[in-house]
Design a protein around this ligand. Structure first.
Ligand code: FAD
Length: 497
């Protein structure tokens, strides 16, 4: 059987492993950490369970598709429910809004709580759907770096959308043109953070993101986000994929412009296909030091990162749900702090995710597991110890004020994740959450392709390459790699387990 080596067991690496195993490859996934998942891992802290990284799950059919591809029934491995409401929003002026899953109910709520015309809300969601439907097939589902992509009917559809694409305005500019209420504009602008961008710089095209959450839906997987990775690893192992943990890949070996193997902390392995799920910057810098690197691509500005306080909270807050957002008073200033001054606003927008609202066993009785996140710059030499300290004070003061309680008294235990740790734990360059940022209107074309044009047999998946970061796009990167890797043998006769 033809061998394939995958470097990293992030969600992109696991999905690629499944796809290549189905294709007939003998797949080994090499993982530097002691377990799988990369950013999608979990941990326990004094009786509380936490998903360490992602918390919002959209486009679940991309996970289901992997089980179906392997001839399995997805619900035998993995189940999820549609959230309603999706998010509870809080503003500093005391206004609140529940983002209901049904677009009409959401529009009515926006009218009642913020005075925003419901018909304008319905129209902005319909516009987001048109943007997504017109562009996703070209920009997300295929390689942008293969001629075939430009010869398909989907490209004509994407060109048909050009006037609506918002390439000549920023996300914020497009939203502020449609709505007078700064709070609703802030709610729409927030979707820029879903790929680590700045709504005041990112092109209006990113206004397709609300469609995923508000029209298609936001979901919660039973057992938490970690269960996505865990159920896919179970499937991969059933398909014969080998996972080698605590085995860091140190070199990709090439000969005459082709991959011939890899060298790890434990030895050498020969293989004709290598897929890097490691961030593309260290892939070139550390694993291919003698090869010319695509400097223009590698030097693209990185996305934002995150500072997370995982708190055990010794009481319950009935006014909160799974996803909660506490907005800053000045969003523009907040993004200037992140992207221009490379620091954290003293009044950051705070996201609080509480899985114990849906899974009681994630926290002791009468308590809640709070994942408290603020958007921060990627690492550029900042003093994180000082920032962790000052931001903790800002966050506890803000939440205490907005929830009318003394929050610090309720925190029973704490763990913190900052950009340096994110880089240390996953090799994500500068701790960026989503690879390069999408602040530039050409950003989609400047992401690294899913293959090397210089080294035959070398492919790339995961959040630092095309089509981008976040769970759904990492899964799509695996699907694109699948379409590029040659078929070797007739697909295995997959048995139902
Ligand atoms: P990664 O998760 O980056 O994993 C890469 C793996 O490769 C790691 O396990 C690493 O150890 C391994 N590796 C690296 N180098 C080597 C080597 N040399 N040898 C062997 N192994 C190696 N996305 C969403 O969709 N929704 C969210 O709500 C969301 N929130 C987020 C919040 C946080 C705090 C973070 C950190 C991320 C969030 N994301 C979210 C983004 C999402 O988690 C990532 O885009 C996605 O999980 C990245 O997957 P990946 O395939 O790129 O691999």
């Amino acid at each position: 059987m033809t061998k394939a080596a995958i470097i990293g067991s992030g969600i992109g690496g696991i999905a690629t492993g499944i796809r290549l195993a189905v294709k007939g490859y003998d797949v080994t996934v090499f993982e530097a950490n002691t377990s799988f998942g990369g950013k999608m891992h979990q941990f326990d802290l004094q009786g509380y369970r936490f998903d360490a990284g992602p918390s919002l799950f959209t486009l679940p059919h991309l996970v289901d598709e992997l089980f179906t591809l392997a001839g399995r029934t997805p619900s035998d491995y993995f189940t999820y429910t549609r959230l309603d409401p999706i998010t509870h929003y809080f503003w500093p002026d005391g206004s609140k809004l529940k983002a209901y899953a049904d677009p009409d109910a959401f529009a009515t709520e926006a009218e009642q709580q913020l005075g925003v015309p419901a018909k304008d809300v319905r129209e902005v969601l319909a516009k987001s759907a048109r943007l997504y439907d017109g562009t996703a097939d070209t920009f997300l589902h295929k390689s942008l770096h293969k001629a075939d992509t430009y010869l398909s009917a989907d490209v004509l559809k994407a060109f048909g959308c050009l006037p609506d694409l918002g390439l000549t305005t920023t996300m914020h500019g497009a939203n502020a043109r449609l709505f007078n209420d700064p709070r609703f504009v802030q709610l729409l602008d927030r979707f820029a953070t879903y790929n680590g961008s700045d709504p005041y710089q990112a092109p209006g095209t990113l206004n397709l993101i609300p469609h995923l959450e508000h029209n298609i839906g936001a979901f919660y997987p039973k057992g938490g986000i970690y269960s996505i990775a865990a159920s896919l690893v179970k499937l991969a192992e059933e398909l014969g994929v080998t996972f080698r943990y605590s085995e860091r890949v140190e070199r990709i070996i090439t000969q005459n412009g082709k991959t011939t193997g890899i060298e790890t902390s434990a030895g050498r392995y020969s293989t004709g296909v290598v897929v890097s799920n490691m961030d593309v910057v260290p892939t070139y810098r550390r694993l291919l030091p003698d090869q010319p690197a695509p400097e223009r691509t590698l030097q693209q500005p990185r996305s934002s990162s995150a500072l997370i306080y995982y708190w055990g909270i010794a009481r319950e807050f009935p006014e909160l749900h799974l996803h909660n957002i506490f907005f800053s008073g000045d969003y523009k200033k907040e993004f200037e702090h992140i992207f221009r001054h490379k620091t954290i606003s003293p009044d950051p927008t705070v996201y609080v995710n509480i899985t114990s609202k849906l899974e009681k066993e994630d926290a002791p009785a009468g308590c809640e597991n709070w994942f408290v996140m603020v958007n921060v710059p990627h690492h550029q030499g900042q003093d994180w110890e000082q920032l962790i300290h000052s931001t903790r004070t800002a966050v506890t003061n803000k939440l205490s004020r907005m929830l009318q309680t003394e929050l610090a008294d309720a925190i029973t235990c704490e763990q913190v994740l900052d950009p340096l740790l994110i880089e240390q734990q996953t090799s994500s360059y500068a701790g960026a959450l989503y690879g390069s940022s999408s602040n530039n209107r050409m950003a989609a074309f400047l992401r690294h392709p899913n293959f090397s044009s210089k080294i035959k047999g070398l492919y790339f998946c995961g959040g630092s390459v095309h089509p981008g970061g976040g769970i759904p796009l990492c899964l799509l990167s695996a699907s694109i790699v699948d379409s590029l890797v040659p078929t070797v043998t007739p697909a295995k006769n997959l048995k139902q387990h």
